[in-house]
Ligand binder design. Sequence first.
Ligand SMILES: [Zn+2]
Length: 247
Amino acid sequence: MGFYYERYPETFRERGVWREEFGCYLLMSKGRVVLVDTGVGPADSPFAKNAGLDGRLLAGLRAVGIEPEDVDTVVFTHLHLDHVGWNVVMENGERTVTFPNAKYVIHQEDWDSVHSPEMERRPFVEECVDPLVEFDALELVSGEHTVTDEMTTLHTPGHTPGHMCLLVSSGNQKAVILGDVAAHPAQLMQPDVAFMYDADKTMARETRRWLSDRMEAEGMTIGASHFAEPGFGRIVRLDGRRLWQAL
Ligand SMILES: [Zn+2]
């Protein structure tokens, strides 16, 4: 990791310790407002409480003129507690969906995995994921799911069984919202570098490998949940070596 630390010091908290942000992405296309993941959540959400954080998603959306009612789709890269924090909020002592006009799009295999009888029940599923059913906000998908004619989901298993990326194609430009296929830029340069929270490490590595090849070949702009702000970059090649270039 020495090479990466020297070259990308802003992506480390200290030598040997990755710096992780918790980001969500907002995409607008032909009148549609699509949010990817809901992040850390308010101070009383399961993840924020544990980590002593207070999520800034709603403030960030308002800063760019978006109210919760404006969001029509929330796409989940996967069901981990740091990606579902703002699914619901408390209003006058009652729990309600944060984005009342949105469908919350989840991959079937992630839904099945967090509800499988062998899996230990985790409180964040009950608090942040299950209420989507009662509010009729849930949309389960599999395969490639068209969100708008410029956005399609792509099944990228490994970090979780139903992990998805969102592919964006607009004009002649392409982008991908990567979720946790890579939690640090080093993993895009060297796909064998593991992430401790990958559920299936072998599959996660394979996914990183083919997707990195594709992202490089197609010159995609990349947005990744845990990369340092602003969280956009590209894979470039210098002297035969693959490098991360932040944008
Ligand atoms: Zn994550």
